[in-house]
Design a protein around this ligand. Structure first.
Ligand SMILES: Cc1ncc(COP(=O)(O)O)c(C=O)c1O
Length: 407
């Protein structure tokens, strides 16, 4: 799914990494705005449930409480009161103490991925990634040209493949793109291998709040907290959180929790990226959290998303099961559909889907080598059950046309 970038005639060439980039994220965000399309591509929340009134009230309150402070450039590390609140939240979540020195506020978790690439990856450096891998992470690191090792989660996995890697990247809770929940024993075993290998471990956790079939179990930061409960945090886990999935992506508020030297390095990298995030949206986020809006919002959307997941899977069982197989995800936003015939090429199918005015994300963009062409990621959070059913019908029509031409 890579697309070489076109050069304007007679002008200097783009930097080399542009020739291996792809515009799939830009494409599916654009398709999401077209009313004639059913987009099951983006990892987007359901817009109709956005708590707009609560955000308007929080913005009013933030401005009267903080005045000009919320309108200034702020500290690179982020709005101090929100940093403190996130440190307290993570202390509760992980069961060991974190202070503001362990927290950097970022422009979504996406910026954290970019900053991690900046501070850790030199060209050719090996990194180990959960496979298939979140496309945004691959995008963020592409220009740094790392070499990839695919992470083995099994409890018997050897430490050897982690020796010398700059970091291990994981989404243990309801992964993007597969929706899979990594079992606790596998998390613990990975943490132990990471400690033995002496490397960093990124726990990217945007989907934690979206649990449909019971509790996610302890995260990796929490497991490490149990092993090292006392004193300042000096562990290998770099935890990424965000309000994008539990409230709204438009705030662009995310955070990193890590040991202080890593926070300091990321802060230096952030300074040259954007000087500082928006104090205004960080101040609004603080009001929302203090007023308990996230706790109120999450149970409501979880109920809708569970219904949507079930509607998508039921429609797919009726219309797509001849060609695809999948597991019902216990959380998150995606169903990962794998072709029963490994020769099925979802990059090619995608072109037929666009003609039918339906979109998904082809599997190849979740593979550092681009070879994973027999699977696709289908989102269920964004659309109502009836729209998902129509989307699946269109996808089935596109699949028949694709197989008619290629089967
Ligand atoms: C695994 C993963 N990490 C990070 C992000 C980026 O989220 P944010 O909106 O916080 O930048 C996403 C968004 O879809 C994601 O799925």
């Amino acid at each position: 799914m890579s697309s070489a970038q076109k050069l304007p005639a007679g002008r200097p060439a783009f930097a080399r990494w542009m020739s291996v980039s792809n515009d799939i994220t830009q494409q599916f965000l654009a398709i999401g705005g077209r009313p004639d399309f059913i987009s099951m591509a983006g990892g987007l929340p359901a817009a109709e449930f956005y708590p707009a009134q609560a955000i308007a009230a929080a913005a009013q309150k933030a401005l009267s409480r903080w005045g000009g402070v919320a309108l200034e450039y702020g500290p690179v590390e982020g709005f101090p009161a929100l940093r403190q609140a996130i440190a307290e939240r993570m202390t509760r979540q992980a069961g060991r103490r974190f202070g503001p020195e362990n927290v950097l506020l970022t422009v979504g978790a996406m910026q954290a991925l970019d900053l991690i690439g900046k501070v850790l990856i030199d060209p050719g450096d090996p990194i180990a990634v959960q496979f298939p891998t979140y496309v945004g992470a691959l995008d963020a690191w592409r220009m740094r040209a790392p070499s990839y090792r695919l992470l083995d989660w099994s409890a018997e996995a050897d430490v050897e493949p982690l020796l010398g890697v700059k970091f291990v990247y994981t989404v243990p809770n309801y992964s993007n793109p597969t929706g899979a929940l990594v079992p606790r024993a596998a998390r613990q075993a990975l943490l132990e291998r990471v400690l033995r290998a002496g490397t960093w471990l990124i726990e990217d956790d945007p989907y934690l709040p979206l649990q449909y079939d019971g509790d996610a179990g302890p995260g990796i930061l929490e497991l490490h907290g149990r092993m090292a409960p006392d004193g300042p945090y000096d562990g290998p886990v770099i935890y990424l959180g965000t309000l994008s999935k539990s409230l709204v992506p438009g705030l662009r508020v995310g955070w990193v929790v890590a040991q202080p030297e890593m926070i300091q390095a990321l802060t230096i990298a952030k300074q040259s990226s954007d000087l500082a995030g928006s104090m205004l949206t960080q101040a609004i986020a603080l009001e929302l959290l203090e007023a308990g809006r996230e706790q109120e919002h999450v149970p409501a959307i979880v109920q809708h998303y569970r219904e949507r997941r079930d509607a998508l899977c039921a429609a797919a069982r009726a219309d797509l099961a001849e060609w695809f197989e999948w597991e019902t995800p216990p959380g998150g936003m995606f169903v990962w559909m794998r072709g029963r015939d490994p020769a099925i090429d979802t990059d090619a199918l995608y072109q037929f889907a666009l003609k039918e005015k339906v979109a998904f994300v082809p599997g190849s963009v979740f593979d550092p080598s681009g070879k994973l062409t027999s699977a696709m990621r289908v989102n269920f959070s964004r659309n109502a059950p009836a729209v998902l059913r129509e989307g699946v019908a269109r996808l089935a029509a596109a699949t028949k046309q694709y197989l008619g031409k290629n089967g």
